[in-house]
Design a protein around this ligand. Structure first.
Ligand code: SAM
Ligand code: SF4
Length: 342
């Protein structure tokens, strides 16, 4: 774990010695899909447009945070690519000093047309969420018919140099847990990096139960039982994913990569370096936080950078040790995944 002892004096350090240097920015709460584990079929009441931070407001907060040691910025949502003119925001963020590493988490549906403009604006790479490789199942999970467009979007991302393209798969028991081997094969043949994510209690419908979660351990056991050999990738970055190169027993060649993110069964809270800015300007120190600091009001009423920094530091100092999923006192946050920005 990084501690305050080896951090610059400006760094955002919490009371457990964790340094916050990874920022998620949600640019919209809207989405063009309706994934069953995230949104209700009819969508959610969207934020009024005036409540959403402008690009200038986002860039101001991001600039302040980069000055306080943030090194990586990931844009998310809702679906970030439905926010009009997104490459302009990427260009503004790429112009920050020091320049942060810039990535996006997207469902990929609109990537076909946007991969190149985003890369030209300075985006470094993308994570694409894709929970099934089967047409009918993709439709059942997302409630939309966009599998082909998503696959094309991923290709466009690779062609635009937004690599490595990482594929996020939320594994749900009885829904898509029979596709683990297919996804490993997909990682191999397409040379993508597939990450299996444990299903978290952040669905808007509130249907999540612990028995729906397929643990990272179970995922790895299943893969290894089918003759896939996984070679651990040593990782020095504080990453929640445990990563493996894929090889077949009969050969030493590896191609493609899989990772598991045990957000529920073995969370990386004690190494968590994340902070979040919601679409309406809420500053959060955890996905599961029950409260957030409102930065929009001060941003719009003339607060100086020093005032904003004080609010941010206070929030970071208040970051808790970790989420309590599975504990008797666990309380779901009032917002669901697309409203927070996953
Ligand atoms: N719309 C974009 C997308 O789907 O990639 C970005 C926003 S989405 C909320 C961010 C990530 O959260 C996606 O990878 C999605 O699969 C994941 N996610 C959403 N709800 C989840 C849940 N209940 N448990 C685990 N992951 C979830
Ligand atoms: Fe939209 Fe992403 Fe949520 Fe799916 S996971 S509904 S694509 S925000």
């Amino acid at each position: 774990m990084t501690t305050s002892a080896d951090s610059p004096h400006t760094a955002l350090v919490d009371t457990f010695g964790r340094v916050a240097d990874d920022l998620r920015i949600s640019v919209t709460d809207r989405c063009n899909l309706r994934c069953m584990y995230c949104m209700p079929a009819d969508g959610l009441p969207w934020l009024p447009r005036g409540d959403i931070l402008s690009f200038e407001e986002i860039a101001r907060v991001a600039g302040l945070l980069v000055g306080l040691g943030v090194r990586t910025i990931r844009l998310t949502g809702g679906e970030p690519l439905v926010r009009r003119d997104l490459p302009r925001l990427v260009e503004m963020l790429a112009g920050l000093d020091p320049r942060p590493d810039l990535s996006i988490t997207t469902n990929g549906v609109l990537l076909g047309g946007l991969a190149r403009p985003l890369a030209d604006a300075g985006l470094d790479r993308v994570n694409v969420s894709l929970d099934s490789l089967r047409q009918d199942r993709y439709e059942a999970i997302t409630r939309r018919d966009d599998l082909e467009r998503t696959l094309e979007g991923m290709e466009a991302a690779r062609a635009a140099g937004l690599t490595p393209v990482k594929v996020n798969v939320v594994v749900m028991r009885g829904v898509n847990d029979d596709e683990l081997v297919d996804f490993a094969g997909f990682a191999e043949t397409e040379d993508y990096s597939v990450r299996f994510i444990e299903y978290m209690p952040l669905d808007a419908d509130g249907r999540w139960t612990e028995s729906d979660v397929v643990s990272a351990e179970e995922i790895l056991d299943t893969l290894e039982r089918t003759g896939i050999s996984l070679q651990n990738v040593a990782d020095t970055n504080p990453e929640p994913a445990t990563r493996f190169r894929i090889s077949r027993h009969e050969t030493d060649d590896t191609r493609g990569e899989i990772g598991v993110i045990p957000s529920v069964t073995a969370p990386f809270c004690d190494r968590c370096n994340r902070i979040r800015l919601t679409a309406e300007g809420g500053f959060r120190t955890c996905l599961f936080a029950l409260d957030e600091a409102d930065l929009r009001e001060p941003l719009r009423s003339g607060a100086g950078d020093g005032d904003l920094e004080k609010m941010i530091r206070r929030a970071v100092r208040g970051k808790w040790a970790g989420h309590r999923i599975g504990q008797p006192d666990f309380e779901r946050p009032g917002k669901s995944m697309s409203q927070i920005g996953g």
